[in-house]
Design a protein around this ligand. Structure first.
Ligand SMILES: N[C@@H](CCC(=O)N[C@@H](CS)C(=O)NCC(=O)O)C(=O)O
Length: 219
């Protein structure tokens, strides 16, 4: 079993953190052909995105599906909460990240440069992002993690995305406040992630890799 994809992707970081929490050894390997657009990689996964998991030559695409596969294949130490309700809650956080938070990062990434920024696009996404924080606030439990006192699937999705928003969004758009500094539930969650022995190093490594990639594209 090996994982294709670089840590600079929040989706790769999600899978690596989930594997780490579960105590699953998940080696990373070079993408066939060297990049997601190459025919060698497209032959393995026509979706052409990272991460993908190679299990004896079989491809499992999509970070969330990979995490669920790891949960099924390595059930000894669960990466999900114990009860059905908590598991649904953890998965809900992942879904909020993928369906509502991630698309905003793609939109705002195209507006980084103030010189050719579209104010309407920024305003629309600022409003949409404020709604995302209310979704998270609503569906996170008492915590301090997304569900209870241990990080699970939802934390693995939200952690890297929040780290990405710190680099990409909160530091570039003065009108978009960082919810991890607003004194609410998202702040207590972020502080719990920063105090966790597996989450903090992974998030730090991810942020460094993402910043490096941004610096490369700015050149
Ligand atoms: N829904 C996918 C998203 C994966 C994704 O968008 N990966 C990006 C990197 S962050 C990618 O592979 N981009 C390469 C490309 O689009 O060519 C997942 O959860 O795995």
């Amino acid at each position: 079993m090996k994982l294709y994809g670089a840590l600079a992707s929040p989706y790769v970081a999600r899978v690596l953190l989930f594997a780490k929490l579960k105590g699953v050894d998940l080696p990373q390997a070079d993408i066939p052909g060297g990049s997601p657009s190459k025919p060698e990689y497209r032959a393995f996964t026509p979706i052409g995105k990272i991460p993908s998991l190679d299990v004896d030559g079989h491809c499992i695409p999509e970070s969330e599906v990979i995490c669920e596969y790891l949960e099924d294949a390595f059930p000894e130490k669960s990466g999900l909460p114990a009860g059905a309700l908590g598991r649904a809650q953890s998965r809900t956080i992942s879904r909020i990240v993928d369906l509502y938070m991630a698309p905003i990062s793609s939109q705002l990434a195209r507006q980084i440069n103030p010189a050719n920024r579209d104010a309407e696009i920024v305003a629309t996404n600022t409003e949409a992002l404020a709604k995302v924080w209310t979704y998270l606030d609503h569906f996170m439990g008492d915590g301090p993690f997304c569900v209870g006192n241990k990080p699970t699937l939802g934390d693995c999705a939200l952690g890297p995305h929040m780290a990405m928003f710190k680099v990409l969004v909160f530091s570039n758009f003065a009108e978009i406040p960082d919810p991890t500094e607003q004194g609410g539930r998202i702040q207590t969650w972020w502080e719990a992630m920063q105090g966790h022995a597996d989450c903090k190093p992974l998030l730090d490594d991810y942020s460094a890799a993402f910043e490096k990639m941004m610096a490369y594209f700015r050149k």
